[in-house]
Design a protein around this ligand. Structure first.
Ligand code: GRF
Length: 197
């Protein structure tokens, strides 16, 4: 039985398909990650990942950025909602919004992201094509602490994959994503349950 008193809780933020969120829930269900998902929150009402979370009986919420006049007011509403769960960690899993410094500072040290590249290489978007175009022989994913500057915070853990001669953006993305699904649960476990590990 899960010890709910001592089990750290996380809130997961998504914008789309939510496959990383699914991998985290699956790791929890497999007994590999002793944390509790307090809620899955999306900024998009049509995010496919919401269906999975609802079926898994995880509380969900939508805070639609289009309902807000500014990035500040959206971030404030999002922070207020997250605070109702008092999570140990806020997990960005394909959350496609740039966050304000105020938001990041509010959750300082408790905000993590997964980025599909070997940071500090290839910050930003289109990482797979950029890695191929740059002639890299390896690529991968990074879990990092979020700081106000985009994709810039301290790296917690990385996973590497080779770039093969006939790779396309799609084949490379699939190879990286497979690793992301192992990496994110492992990094969360390290942060919450084995801080010195
Ligand atoms: C992943 O590639 C992740 O690295 C990036 O956005 C994608 C999200 O995929 N930040 P999913 O929504 O978790 O399936």
């Amino acid at each position: 039985m899960t010890d709910t008193v001592n089990t750290p809780s996380i809130v997961i933020l998504i914008s789309g398909r939510g496959s990383n969120m699914v991998s985290i829930v699956e790791a929890i269900n497999a007994g590999e990650l002793p944390v509790e998902v307090a809620a899955v929150i999306s900024n998009r009402p049509d995010a496919a990942g919401l269906n999975y979370a609802q079926k898994a009986s995880i509380p969900t919420a939508v805070i639609n950025h289009k309902d807000f006049e500014s990035r500040d007011s959206f971030d404030q509403a999002l922070a207020k909602k997250i605070d109702t769960y008092s999570p140990s960690l806020v997990v960005l899993a394909g959350f496609m919004r740039i966050l304000t410094t105020e938001f990041v500072d509010h959750f300082a040290g408790k905000l993590v992201n997964i980025h599909p590249a070997l940071l500090p290489k290839f910050k930003g978007l289109n990482t797979h094509q950029r890695a191929i175009d740059a002639g890299e022989t390896e690529h991968g994913a990074s879990v990092h602490i979020v700081t106000p500057e985009l994709d810039d915070g301290p790296v917690v853990m990385q996973a590497k994959v080779p770039i093969l001669a006939n790779d396309t953006e799609q084949t490379l993305a699939a190879r990286v994503l497979e690793q992301e699904h192992k990496l994110y649960p492992a990094a969360i476990n390290q942060l919450l349950n084995n801080p010195n590990g």
